[in-house]
Design a binder for this molecule. Sequence first.
Ligand SMILES: O=C(O)CCC(=O)C(=O)O
Ligand SMILES: [Fe+2]
Length: 327
Amino acid sequence: MREARLPSINVAPLLQRDAETVAKTVAEIGAACRDLGFFYATHHGISADTLAQLNASSRAFFALPEAEKMKIEMARDGRAWRGYFPLGGELTSGKPDRKQGLYFGEELGARDPRVAAGLPLHGANPFPEAVPTLKPAVLTFMREAERAAHAIMEGVALSLGLDSQYFRRTYTAQPTLLFRIFEYPADDGESWGVGEHTDYGLLTLLAQDQHSGLQVKTPQGWIEAPPIEGALVVNIGDMLDRLTGGLYRSTPHRVRNVSGKSRLSFPFFFDPGWDAEIVPLPEHANATDDSRERWDRANVHAWSGTYGDYLLGKVSKVFPDLAKGVS
Ligand SMILES: O=C(O)CCC(=O)C(=O)O
Ligand SMILES: [Fe+2]
């Protein structure tokens, strides 16, 4: 493992729309996106209190007896694909991951047109009765994380020479929001917490507890992305890679919890609207096929379609049993 560090970027000027200091932030974001596709964001507006509530409520949930957790099991939730999955229940790169977790999305009522139309991955979230604090903790985190993600995407747009609202207009007026809470038991010396993969959408914001485990693939080898108090890890997903013809990289990463303790992480996925057709930016349309280097051997630059199609294809692979009920 190489001793290298991801850059750390203060994103407050984007949240505050501070014209004097935003140029520096934008330049840093552009450089980080072109280089590793990963950086730490500080001053992101997600409060320390929100993170503490989320951490404590999640710990309380995972400490429940298995039967209690299984009351909100994903398999019971139908098309929305929300709820709990037990250890080994998800197969990120074809093998069971050494983690248990909770899967959430945007909290949508039955009258939301997307729910009424029966779109998979849309609906209400199941929350555990046994830990009533989890619901407000998750919903508050998601609200604050969405605000941070819009602001960082404004920085990404500016760094590409686009106007700040470009992505909001084209893809994220009604983003697809997925939020997950993972508990990784201490390493067993054999299995990956999450196997090597890239994320699917535009931007991932990751909060972590105090235990390391995340590793990022760089041209010089794997590096660690340990937790930094108060900072989020931000990385680019396949759709931004596709839009920029590979200029902004969707970088592979993986997790091995070698901390010796149980590790919690909280990835928030900020993705294009479900029906959005993903069309490369005209000036970045000439991408090279990088499928031979990719973990899934897919050529995202030859792919076209809506984000919903892309996501469904990916999620069907990681939860093969659930997918049978949706297709
Ligand atoms: O748990 C982590 O640190 C990363 C999780 C991750 O990469 C993912 O859920 O896509
Ligand atoms: Fe990931």
